[in-house]
Design a protein around this ligand. Structure first.
Ligand code: NOJ
Length: 732
């Protein structure tokens, strides 16, 4: 397995590569069949804290070399104790990989990943993961099950909060950045952890947005939409990938040979390790593609999956399968070699305790600079969805009333998947506002979480708002109705929050909405009821101060949506890169055009949408040439001017349309983006470079290639707000 190809190999110092490889080979020679299989067995540690028997059983399995990795361990001493058993009691003393879901921070919780993607600033995500890795590694973890790089265009799916939204281009940029952030410079540094791109593949396409459901995507959609962020992660040297729960072409991903062995380990030559999702090897039985545990283990290992997370079919069945010749020793050795190699990269053979350091842990957790980074990340992730009459920013001298239980909830400020984050460490919107204004702010919860109201709760809220100059109402989703196993069929505000907002809107006090959410919501009524909506997602531990700074204009919002907000749930799935149809909606003279009779085709807020307290104008989109040959590049430049009164950051979005292809091509799709900071009146030229490979797609010949022809390059403020278009050609 090559460590010298500059991908995974870049995370190890030159001198150590050969050493790791020879250590791995020598271990493999010494290992019994059972010891090899033990390396492929991953166990969950919550059993240690479960019954005494379960704890003792896990301890003896580790001491006997029957466990290669752990997940779900929280307590530092438990982790150290189990590592010690592996190193000191097992025959070959092979240390454990210790994995954990570090999804948007460890103790310093950052904004949810979807929010981070709204910054369109991959450097921000890299920095967030660097900090997350520093904290997780100081707490005994050497592996994180992140980043989730699933592309999704269905906000009903609760897990969209973990990803980067609907675009494979934006998703790939964030995938690479996150991998670099976790893995740092050198995986053996004590502040880096092995990353895991998940869930391979197409989990974001679960039908109806229903969790764990069937996926039914074409090969074209798989190649163009779902695989690119995984390939980008592999190119960035990610050390591990995780199987998806779903089927692809009706074959469960864990046992999908052409996906795993063919694409991942074949075409992409992935040299890291592939772990199952929780019990997904065994779940082939429930999918109806394996009769029993033995067949489930065989199909998964044969397909090229390596580690069995929690289903224990591998530890029970693989020795027999190898002895009877149903799985080759070569395949077993390949899987084990991958596991041992990542252990070598992490420096575990030299010092298996390098990730346990109480002093470093003490210094790292919630360090001032970590909180500061979390606050900046929160600010950058906020999206100003609308701001009629420049209602925002607010005047700090104004009498502000605050309404909405979410404003007072630490847990929901953090968001889902924040296991080691403590609600009491989160600064809520209420606390943030009061500390910014240095005074008490009249507050009424208005609803009980997630959204129940009573006549009395609405009355109290209306009364609180009535005397104020402006009412800030914080509405949206609790963390618990987002994330894994939290699909929603109705993506409006939960409960009766709408009744509260409508009652507030009837007062004479202007109302500004702060939206906390883990997914795009269908809230056209909200957009009609209030003049201003600031989307702050689940903003993390420093959410409150970031919201206050933004509401009062100390920070100028610059986030843009990484995922379309539908105007009604019936439009879902929808995304900016839709295909044309034979009956374009614009051909109005016939009634037989694409659309609904009871809803628009367009989203409420489009992909890329996001307002500012200033404005940006685009002029002079120029191309360095109007035709390129394969292998040549074209430079496109647009002049951006800050035409408002305050300094601000703009996200310049470039979209492309391939006019004629062997397959129908999207009406527009994101091609590239750049961010630029400008003072009032300042102008800058923003260039991008286009290569023919940027125009490639999965052609009718079933290959990844750019086809000669004409292309429209568009520059815009959002997918539905294109300022200029220029045409160029790719020559034969
Ligand atoms: C199931 C989830 O799908 C996966 O993302 C996670 O990493 C594992 N559980 C482990 O917690």
């Amino acid at each position: 397995m090559p460590l010298s190809d500059g991908r995974l190999g870049q995370y190890v110092a030159d001198g150590r590569r050969a050493e790791i490889q020879s250590r791995v080979s020598s271990l493999l020679e010494q290992m019994t069949l059972e010891e090899k299989v033990g390396q492929l067995n991953q166990r969950s540690v919550h059993f240690v804290t479960g019954t005494e028997d379960e704890g003792a059983a896990l301890e003896s399995a580790v001491a006997d070399g029957e466990v290669g990795s752990l997940l779900n361990a929280t307590d530092l001493e438990t982790k150290r104790h189990l590592q010690q058993l592996a190193v000191e009691e097992s025959r070959l003393g092979i240390p454990l990989l210790i994995g954990f879901d570090v999804i948007h921070g460890y103790e310093t919780i950052f904004p949810i990943p979807l929010a981070q993607a709204a910054s369109w600033n991959p450097d921000l995500a890299e920095r967030a993961e660097r900090i997350a890795a520093t904290e997780a590694a100081a707490a005994g973890h050497n592996w994180t099950f992140a980043p989730m790089v699933d592309v999704s265009r269905d906000p009903r799916w609760g897990r969209v909060m973990e990803g980067a939204g609907e675009s494979p281009v934006l998703g790939s940029a964030f995938a690479e950045a996150r991998v670099r952030g976790f893995q740092g410079e050198d995986l053996s540094d004590p502040d880096t952890v092995l990353a895991c791109a998940k869930h391979f593949a197409a989990y974001g396409a679960v039908e109806g947005g229903r969790e764990y459901n069937t996926v039914n995507v074409s090969e074209t959609a798989l190649r163009e939409r779902h695989l690119p962020p995984f390939e980008a992660s592999v190119q960035a040297g990610v050390g591990s990938l995780m199987n998806a729960f779903n089927v692809h072409e009706r074959i469960p991903a864990s046992g999908h040979e052409s996906l795993v062995d063919g694409v991942l380990k074949g075409d992409w030559d992935f040299s890291g390790v592939l772990v199952s999702d929780w019990a997904s090897f065994r779940e082939q039985i429930q999918h109806g593609t394996a009769t029993d545990r033995r067949e489930a283990a065989r199909k998964a290992i044969e397909a090229g999956s390596d580690i069995d997370m929690a289903s224990e079919v591998v530890i029970d069945e693989l020795p027999g399968l190898v002895r009877e010749g149903d799985i080759s020793e070569e395949r077993l050795d390949d899987a084990v070699r991958r596991v041992l190699t990542v252990k070598g990269l992490l420096g575990l053979f030299e010092d298996p305790y390098r990730y346990f350091d109480a002093e470093r842990r003490e210094e790292a957790m919630l360090a001032d600079e970590h909180r500061e980074a979390a606050r900046e990340a929160a600010c950058e992730s906020f999206v100003l969805l609308q701001n009629e009459g420049d209602r925002l920013p607010l005047d700090p001298e104004a009498d502000v009333a605050l309404v909405g239980a979410l404003a007072d909830s630490g847990e929901d400020t953090l968001g889902a998947w924040s296991f080691e984050g403590r609600p009491e460490d989160a600064i809520t919107v209420r606390e943030g506002l009061e500390s910014f204004l240095d005074r008490a702010v009249p507050f009424a919860p208005g609803y009980e979480l997630p959204g129940e109201v009573t006549e009395a709760s609405i009355e109290a809220a209306v009364e609180t708002a009535t005397d104020a100059d402006v009412a800030v109402t914080v509405v949206g989703e609790t963390a618990a109705i987002t994330g894994e196993a939290a699909s929603r069929a109705d993506i409006d505000l939960p409960g009766h929050q709408r009744r509260l907002v409508e009652a507030l809107a009837e007062t004479d006090t202007p109302v500004v909405a702060v939206l906390m959410n883990g997914r795009p919501l269908a809230i056209d009524w909200l957009a009609e009821s209030v003049p201003a909506i600031l989307d702050v997602w689940h903003p993390g531990v420093e959410g409150g101060p970031a919201v206050a700074e933004t509401l009062f204009g100390e920070h100028v919002p610059a986030g843009h949506l990484p995922m379309s907000f539908p105007s009604s749930v019936g439009q879902v799935p929808l995304a900016h890169d839709r295909l044309p149809t034979g009956r374009p909606a614009e051909d109005a003279e016939s009634g037989y055009t694409t659309g609904y009779i009871d809803a628009p085709n367009e989203p409420l807020f489009a992909f890329g949408h996001g307002q500012s307290y200033t404005g940006f104008a685009y002029t002079d989109l120029t191309l360095s040439t109007d035709a390129i040959d394969a292998g040549e590049t074209l430079e496109a430049t647009v002049t951006v001017e800050n035409v408002g009164d305050v300094a601000g950051r703009d996200v310049v979005q470039f979209y492309v349309r391939d006019l004629v292809g062997s397959r129908s091509r999207p009406e527009k799709e994101l091609l590239d983006f750049e961010t630029v900071e400008l003072a009032p009146g300042e102008r800058a030229d923003v260039p991008i470079t286009i290569e023919d490979t940027d125009l490639a797609f999965w052609t009718a010949d079933r290959e990844w290639a750019a086809e000669p022809g004409e292309f429209d390059l568009m520059v815009g403020h959002a997918a539905d707000d294109i300022a200029h278009t220029e045409r160029f050609a790719l020559l034969e």
